[in-house]
Design a protein around this ligand. Structure first.
Ligand code: ZN
Length: 298
């Protein structure tokens, strides 16, 4: 079962993004062929290879269920060294006549079954916990991790959700932690390796002041989230603006996070409505080739 390195690459609305991604494919089946017959799936794959198609080299013929178990284990051990991410291995009947006899149910063939590996886990160091202020003022603690490769991608940070999550896992800055990532799921901290504590780990407390605007923070009864109370918190405004121009809202093309940050930094906008009173010169001043960029917004 091959999982694409960069998930969602083919689902991109902008085909230029897809074009720039190093996509590749393994061909794994001869669906229909005329003037040639095969006895086994292996024969098919070898034929495809001879024709020059990319075929997954990781395939192990097995005669007994013991051999199947060993093959699954072997592929599991190879996982980290493969050039592509996998989340499982497929066991298939090789003999094509047997496949015909077995047929399929309404949904799936009876001659193939998938084995799913448990999510990949790695140990790394929780270097720091920083706080981000969201659109609604919610302050979210983020784990800064010693970069580590898990399931095909490098993980250097992950969300810690809220204060309760940190307490429940008993996370301290400097801890060795186990992280896991399954498929395209966001990586998560599973647990602390307490046996590796040195005594130098530091307790983390949610900030009593907003890290962006310095207003007081508050955690209301029955709520998990700590929030910034600042009415004019720039972090809230930034997140609001990013949301406002996004596809889910006004879908203003070209106004990325960097541009919004720049507009805020230069005091060109102080609220959402200001987007509509920006002048051509305002926008042109943001970039080297600003005039061409600004023309898009006319
Ligand atoms: Zn704030």
């Amino acid at each position: 079962m091959q999982e694409m390195q960069q998930l969602g690459s083919l689902r991109q609305l902008d085909s230029n993004i897809t074009k720039n991604r190093p996509l590749d494919i393994y061909i794994f089946n001869v669906q229909k062929i005329e003037g040639k017959t095969f006895n086994s799936h292996f024969e098919e794959l070898e034929y495809l290879e001879k024709l020059g198609f990319n075929v997954n080299p990781v395939r192990i013929p097995c005669k007994t269920i013991e051999e199947v178990k060993n093959a699954i284990e072997k592929i599991g051990d190879m996982r980290e060294d493969l050039t592509f991410g996998i989340d499982g291995a497929v066991v298939k009947i090789d003999n094509l006549k047997f496949r015909e006899i077995l047929g399929s149910t309404v949904k799936v063939p009876r001659w193939a079954v998938a084995y799913k590996y448990p999510p990949e886990r790695k140990e790394t160091i929780l270097k720091d916990i920083v706080c981000q202020v969201g659109r609604t003022g919610v302050i979210t603690p983020m784990a800064i991790l010693e970069p580590v490769e898990v399931a095909g991608s490098t993980i250097s940070k992950t969300t810690l959700h809220n204060e309760d999550f940190i307490k429940e896992k008993d996370l301290k800055i400097g801890d060795t932690v186990v992280i896991q990532k399954a498929g395209d799921v966001i990586p998560e901290i599973v647990e602390v390796v307490k046996s590796k504590r040195t005594g130098n780990e530091k307790e983390f407390n949610m900030p009593t002041k907003c890290p962006v605007c310095n207003a007081d923070t508050i955690r209301e009864d029955g709520e998990a989230a700590v929030k910034c109370t600042g009415v004019e918190c720039p972090a809230k405004l930034f997140r609001n603006l990013v949301h406002f121009v996004s596809r889910e809202a006004m879908n203003i093309d070209g106004l990325g996070e960097n541009i919004i940050q720049e507009l805020l930094d230069r005091n060109l906008i102080k609220n959402i409505a200001d987007i509509y009173t920006l002048t051509f010169e305002d926008i042109a001043s943001l970039k080297k080739n600003g005039k061409k960029f600004a023309r898009k917004f006319n």
